[in-house]
Design a protein around this ligand. Structure first.
Ligand SMILES: *[C@@H]1O[C@H](CO)[C@@H](O)[C@H](O)[C@H]1NC(C)=O
Ligand SMILES: *[C@@H]1O[C@H](CO)[C@@H](O)[C@H](O)[C@H]1NC(C)=O
Ligand SMILES: *[C@@H]1O[C@H](CO)[C@@H](O)[C@H](O)[C@H]1NC(C)=O
Length: 207
């Protein structure tokens, strides 16, 4: 009986831990002010997105972030935003956000989106303006604006003040991992790896 209760208590406390660790680590204050100084409303205000009001159509995939780095008041609050702009026919290549899930809200245009789960199952969807899509935390995903004449704009919310971004092409081909190791990993030759590396924008510097 005592043993059983212990197991129940353990399971309960573990599930409680899972709940409380779903976002960023909890802070023990209302907010984190720089140097513990007095702050006013300005500290809790981010104006960096004003530049997007009345914007022109983008020429490259552009991600404008309001995360911990740009907006320090987010420290400990487990939320951040990004505005994503896609020129006609452009792709945001496969990437992950290791510390946060992403809730994408498509506010203009259309997008094809997809993610791959840890069993290598691919989930895709074609979104129209007004649709939302959730990319689960840490999973590889992409967005593609298949419309060849019109741009698309999405607003993404993240379940972390600093979700982080790991680009698959850049991580694999843009970080000077040895060509021979990559050739073996992809079961190909060094010239194919070099061609893939050269195709990255910007191309990686030679080690
Ligand atoms: C912390 O305090 C120092 C010295 O008063 C100041 O120079 C610095 O800007 C402060 N840091 C922040 C993030 O406000
Ligand atoms: C996308 O492309 C088609 C033409 O192929 C066009 O009719 C449509 O209005 C475009 N824009 C959006 C936002 O879907
Ligand atoms: C490398 O592999 C590609 C694709 O299989 C092939 O076309 C090419 O000839 C190979 N290059 C060398 C140097 O073996």
């Amino acid at each position: 009986m005592a043993k059983y209760e212990l197991v129940v208590a353990l399971v309960l406390s573990l599930s409680l831990f899972r709940l409380t660790s779903a976002g960023d680590p909890d802070i023990l204050t209302d907010f984190v002010a720089p140097n513990g100084t007095n702050v006013d409303g300005n500290f809790f205000t981010y104006t960096g997105m004003r530049s997007l009001v009345g914007f022109n159509s983008p020429t490259t995939v552009t991600v404008t972030k309001a995360s911990l780095k740009e907006f320090p008041a987010l420290d400990g609050q487990s939320v951040s935003f990004a505005v994503l702009e896609f020129p006609a026919g452009s792709v945001n290549p496969p990437h992950t956000h290791p510390r946060g899930s992403e809730l994408l809200f498509l506010i203009y245009g259309s997008l094809e989106v997809g993610f791959v789960d840890t069993t290598n199952k691919l989930f895709t969807q074609t979104l129209q303006t007004g649709d939302m899509f959730i990319f689960p935390k840490g999973l590889v995903h992409y967005q593609y604006n298949f419309n060849q004449t019109d741009f698309a704009v999405a607003v993404s919310a993240f379940g972390s003040a600093s979700a982080g971004t790991v680009s698959v092409p850049v991580t694999v081909f843009g970080t000077n991992i040895d060509d021979g190791i990559l050739a073996k990993s992809f079961n190909t030759n060094v010239s194919t790896i070099e061609a893939l590396k050269a195709g990255l924008t910007p191309p990686p510097t030679k080690a």
